[in-house]
Design a protein around this ligand. Sequence first.
Ligand code: NI
Length: 137
Amino acid sequence: MIYVTRREVFSAAHRLYNPSLSEEENEKLFGKCGSPNWHGHNYTLDVIVKGDIDPLTGYVIDLKELKNILNENVIKKLDHKNLNVDVDFLKGKIPSGENLVVAIWNELVNKISKGKLYSVKLFETENNYFEYRGEEN
Ligand code: NI
């Protein structure tokens, strides 16, 4: 089994905030991550597809194709957006790295044209990243 990774970057604003909690509880839980006027991150997204090599092409998946799939389904919807208000697939979710990486997986899992989605890794800072491999892994 071969694992192929495509990396993309995007920039987005967010605020960690749970509307079902009081201002005080939000402040206590999220501190400056909940700052009312938003803050931003330069995210790095690694998407890993696993599969066998197609003898016709030598590829698991054509990386140009994978790039287009990521751009159409995820990057265009996230880049330079406010994750709390602009993104249809994040509606009603706290835009934490955890929720974001699962939502990105769900957007991509049925769109991968060859091979199978194996892992989505989302780097929020140099030191913090989130990985999701679906329910079965
Ligand atoms: Ni943040």
